[in-house]
Design a binder for this molecule. Structure first.
Ligand SMILES: [Zn+2]
Length: 267
């Protein structure tokens, strides 16, 4: 029987900070605001990832060590830098030596298609380490055509590597119903909620988000995230909280969205 007292901690499953080690002032200000918002909402932990090419994996892990009570990190893939095996070497280093809990692949920023062989190799290796892979699947400005970043490509990957847990960040943007279909087709796909509830405000996407949350809530496949500092955690949380109330969701299902699901993937 499930214990009544088992308390699930609250986690923001997608944050960044501004600044880097060449701009400490900006970095510290950003961290201060992050922790302030987390405290206010009783969010105990946040999953932090590099935001741009100025932020190295080393910098992110240093923050995670300094604030280990509040932060844990996912490294981001490194595709450049000489050797053909560089992406695997760097990822191994990030997991084994730096202690990252997962991998983020950002096809738009990295300029790499989800169909790229190196992406496939990383997904396979993540499965061997049993660490999850986040994919940014937000259709927006980037270095590859949107068609190379869509959730239906994640469906193919997940089928090929069923022992790797894959998270579609931003729920695939306006491709949200394709993301939903990919979840239905694969036990190893999860959806992360950041960014879209504000970005697509007033559009039909909001209805789709509500539909998918309602349909998947009890399956424990949805992860709360804010994409701080692009959007405030507080504003994001209050919009989702209203949605959870409208849907009359069970507390237990909300607890999994608010931390239980991502926690189960990194344990
Ligand atoms: Zn992000």
């Amino acid at each position: 029987m499930e214990s009544e007292v088992m308390k699930i901690i609250r986690i923001d499953g997608h944050v960044h900070v501004d600044g880097d080690f060449t701009n400490i002032e900006k970095l510290e200000k950003s961290l201060e605001l992050l922790f302030y918002e987390m405290d206010e909402l009783n969010i105990q932990k946040a999953l932090i990832m590099p935001n741009n090419f100025q932020q190295s994996n080393e910098m992110i892990i240093e923050l995670c060590k300094k604030y280990s009570d509040k932060l844990f990190g996912f490294c981001w893939a490194e595709f450049d830098g000489g050797l053909p095996q560089n992406h695997l070497v760097k990822f191994r280093y990030c997991v084994e030596k730096l202690g990252f809990k997962g991998l983020k692949i950002h096809p738009r920023y990295h300029g790499v298609s989800i169909k790229d062989k190196r992406v496939e190799e990383l997904v396979e290796l993540a499965g061997e380490y049993n660490v999850p892979v986040y994919f940014d699947c937000l259709p927006s400005k980037g270095r590859v055509p949107i068609q190379e970043t869509i959730p239906l490509l994640i469906d193919e990957l997940a089928m090929r590597y069923p022992s790797t847990n894959i998270v579609i960040a931003h729920m695939g943007g306006h491709h949200i119903l394709d993301s939903y279909a990919a979840v239905k087709n694969n036990d190893n796909i999860y959806l992360e909620l950041s960014n879209i509830i504000i970005r697509y405000s007033g559009s039909s996407v909001i209805k789709d988000i509500e539909f998918v949350i309602r349909e998947l809530a009890s399956e424990k496949r949805i992860i709360f995230g804010s994409d701080f500092p692009t959007y405030s955690i507080k504003e994001t949380y209050s919009l989702y909280n209203e949605m959870f109330s409208r849907l009359k969701m069970k507390n237990r299902d909300i607890e999994f969205i608010m931390g239980g699901t991502i926690n189960s993937l990194i344990e």
